[in-house]
Design a protein around this ligand. Structure first.
Ligand SMILES: NC(=O)c1ccc[n+]([C@@H]2O[C@H](COP(=O)([O-])OP(=O)(O)OC[C@H]3O[C@@H](n4cnc5c(N)ncnc54)[C@H](OP(=O)(O)O)[C@@H]3O)[C@@H](O)[C@H]2O)c1
Length: 359
């Protein structure tokens, strides 16, 4: 596979740092440009993150001395020096939308972790194992933007990555309704226990905007391309509650689900264990060998023990049993900053690379 030159926009932030670590020895992607706000621009990457490095491994050696650029002021320079960019910035939604579109219009594809473009009709929201067919909408988007190779693709919110993968193989039974309560790690807010000591021995029953995203985004992922847009599915009914819990990494979901045609417990477990998608067929570098791992032990999966399964890219499921009000209930777990954020975006970019979209 050809090597692609890559930029990270928002490189100094929590997700940006995770991108830097994941891309350090990536077989297809080489980081050539790092960008953030004007506050960081002009500093070396090592200087810019010196007081705020949150990863457990050191700042990547190959990136330490790269001078951080200004994501907006240096946009032409960045766009012309790389094959595509990853983007994870903390800005106002309309500013992010404008910034991402500017990169795309400069013929620089954008792999986005931001929510700003998730509901733009012709921007695919990709979970690579689930809806790789939505990539086809990119041609319509390029027509709208007037570009040859520039486009935007987004990944979904981290909360839905804990339960949508487990539900995907069961859709053929006609899922009618879903209730999901998520228990979300503090790294999802860009924090750890040093920067957010109030979260020790605590639980906060509100994460702004998260329940709306958790109920709406699965329907876009399960939607269909119609003409030049992706039309969200209208079923199943989804209701959620999202809580912040004192866990460093790993989002949990407690899920209740009903079907038109209720499958057996064995059928469900077998479908989970045998499920694979395009990343497994293409053997993408970041793809887990097995996407969904089912655990029989009543006290599994656990955040600490299983969030890093298959480099944090697998989804762990357990406690499948019948329910008195819904057909079944179960729990599921995914690593929110790996599968749920930077890792999911890297796998999405690998999918585009494998299909020739960056050539
Ligand atoms: N944390 C997660 O697990 C997670 C998961 C999924 C999606 N996301 C999304 O990813 C994005 C980043 O999240 P985060 O947790 O990494 O945030 P963060 O730690 O606060 O980092 C924000 C980044 O944005 C940059 N930035 C801020 N204002 C900017 C501007 N005007 N122009 C250019 N760059 C600017 C910052 O640069 P400076 O350092 O120079 O200020 C920094 O690099 C957000 O949209 C978030 O919703 C996060």
């Amino acid at each position: 596979m050809k090597q692609y030159k890559v930029g990270i926009i928002g490189a100094t932030g929590m997700v940006g740092q995770r991108f830097a670590v994941l891309l350090e020895n990536h077989p297809w992607f080489k980081v050539e440009a790092l960008a953030a706000s004007s506050r960081s621009a002009g500093k070396t990457y090592a200087e810019a993150v010196s007081e705020r490095w949150l990863m457990s491994t050191p700042v990547p050696e190959s990136m330490k001395n790269i001078t951080v650029m200004d994501a907006s002021a240096d946009i032409e320079k960045i766009a012309s020096s790389v094959d595509f960019v990853f983007c994870a910035v903390d800005m106002k939604k309309d500013e992010i939308k404008a910034l991402e579109e500017k990169y795309a219009k400069l013929e620089c594809p954008v792999m986005s972790n931001n929510s700003a473009n998730r509901f733009t009709d012709d921007v695919p929201m990709i979970i690579p194992e689930i809806n790789s067919d939505h990539m086809l909408i990119v041609e319509a988007q390029k027509n709208r933007l007037g570009t040859k190779r520039g486009f935007i693709s987004v990944k979904s919110n981290c909360s839905i990555q804990s339960y949508v993968p487990a539900l995907e193989p069961l859709r053929k039974f006609g899922i009618t309704k879903i209730l999901a309560c998520t228990y979300q790690a503090i790294s999802g807010a860009g924090k750890n226990f040093d920067t957010w000591p109030e979260m020790k021995d605590n639980l906060i029953p509100y994460i702004p905007g998260e329940e709306e995203k958790s109920e709406k985004e699965p329907l876009k992922v399960w939607g269909k391309i119609e003409g030049n847009k992706i039309v969200s599915a209208t079923a199943p009914l989804i209701t959620t509650q999202c809580l912040r819990v004192p866990v460093s990494d790993g989002h949990f979901a407690a899920v209740f689900v009903s079907f038109e045609n209720k499958p057996s417990k064995d059928e469900i477990i077998s479908l989970w264990q045998n499920y694979s998608g395009e990343p497994q067929r293409l053997s993408l570098p970041s793809a887990p060998k097995q996407f969904i791992h089912y655990f029989e032990e009543d006290n599994y999966p656990q955040a600490k023990l299983h969030r890093n399964l298959e480099n944090g890219m697998a989804v762990s499921v357990g406690r499948l049993r019948e329910d008195t009000q819904y057909d079944y209930k179960f729990v599921s777990l995914s690593h929110n900053t790996l599968r749920g954020a930077a890792g999911g975006a890297v796998e999405m970019a690998e999918l585009y690379a494998a299909k020739g979209y960056f050539d």
